[in-house]
Design a binder for this molecule. Structure first.
Ligand code: SAM
Length: 239
C-alpha cells in the first residue's frame, strides 16, 4: 500500500469504527486535552506534517502514557502483552500501580526518550515493574481497574470478557489476529471486529488515534471501576 492509500485506509477504518461505537460527549472527552498536548498526541490530518510530529512516530509507549495521564486518574493497570514493560514503567513513575502480564519475561529497556523534553532518560538497573509471566486469562482482570492491550497477542477478546465480568476499563490497539477465539469475516478489519465484539457485549467504546507509526487507532472503554475511581477522586494526589 502506498503511504497515501495507507492513510486513506486508516481514516476510513477510523470513521467506520467511530460510526459503530459511541459518539457525542464521550468522543469529545476522548480528545479533550490541552491544545499543546493534543497537538503532540493526535492526528488531525492537517497537523500531521510538522517535523516535531514526525519525530513522535516511534514512541507509542510515551504517547499512550501521556494520553492516559491526560484522561484517566491513576489506578491499578495491567499492560497485557506489555513486552519489555516500558509503558508500565512510565505509568509506575507517574504514580499508577502497573503490572505487565506477558508469557515472555523480558527486561526493561535501559533508557527511553522523553518526547516532550527530547532527552534520553536512563532507567536504573535496579528498576522493576511487577510482571506476571503467563498468558492473560479472563480471571486475572479481577485485580485491575484498567486493562491495556497495545498490539497484544492472544488476549483482545479475553480483555473484553474480563471487562464484562469485573467492570474494568480497557484500552486496546488490536493489530494482529493471533491466538484469538474468533476471526474477522473476509473483508473486515480486525480492529473493526474487536470493536464490534465489545459493542455487542454492551461496552461504551470510543476510538481515538495517537500519532505513532503502525496500528494507531485505540479503543477505549472506561468501565465501572475507572468511572467510580474518577467520581471519588481516587488516585489524585498520589505521586
Ligand atoms: C507484538 S508484541 C507487543 C508488545 C508491546 N505491547 C508493544 O506494543 O511493543 C505482542 C506481545 O504479546 C505477548 N503475548 C503473546 N501471547 C500472549 C497472551 N496470551 N497473553 C498476554 N500476552 C501475550 C507476546 O509475548 C508479546 O510480548
Amino acid at each position: 500500500m502506498t503511504r497515501h492509500s495507507d492513510r486513506e485506509y486508516t481514516q476510513a477504518l477510523y470513521d467506520k469504527v467511530q460510526g459503530m461505537t459511541v459518539g457525542g460527549e464521550m468522543a469529545r472527552w476522548a480528545t479533550a486535552v490541552q491544545p499543546d498536548l493534543a497537538l503532540a498526541l493526535f492526528l488531525a490530518d492537517e497537523r500531521q506534517t510538522g517535523r516535531e510530529l514526525r519525530k513522535m512516530k516511534k514512541f507509542r509507549f510515551q504517547l499512550l502514557h501521556r494520553w492516559l495521564l491526560a484522561h484517566i486518574e491513576p489506578c491499578r493497570v495491567a499492560d497485557i502483552g506489555g513486552g519489555k514493560g516500558l509503558l508500565a514503567y512510565l505509568l509506575q513513575q507517574s504514580g499508577w500501580q502497573a503490572t505487565v502480564i506477558d508469557p515472555e519475561p523480558q527486561l526493561l529497556p535501559d533508557k527511553y526518550k522523553d518526547i516532550f523534553t527530547d532527552e534520553r532518560v536512563r532507567i536504573p538497573a535496579t528498576a522493576v515493574v511487577p510482571h506476571i509471566d503467563a498468558p492473560f486469562a479472563t480471571q486475572m482482570g479481577r485485580h485491575f481497574d484498567l486493562l491495556i492491550g497495545m498490539h497484544a497477542h492472544g488476549s483482545n477478546a479475553q480483555i473484553i470478557d474480563a471487562a464484562d465480568e469485573y467492570g474494568c476499563g480497557f484500552i486496546l490497539f488490536p493489530c494482529c489476529v493471533i491466538d484469538e477465539p474468533f476471526f474477522p469475516p473476509l473483508g473486515v478489519d480486525w480492529l473493526e471486529s474487536v470493536a464490534g465484539y465489545a459493542v455487542q457485549q454492551g461496552h461504551a467504546v470510543y476510538p481515538f488515534r495517537l500519532n505513532f507509526k503502525g496500528q494507531n487507532i485505540g479503543l477505549c472503554s472506561l468501565g465501572r471501576r475507572v468511572r467510580q475511581r474518577g467520581e471519588r477522586g481516587e488516585g489524585r494526589g498520589e505521586k
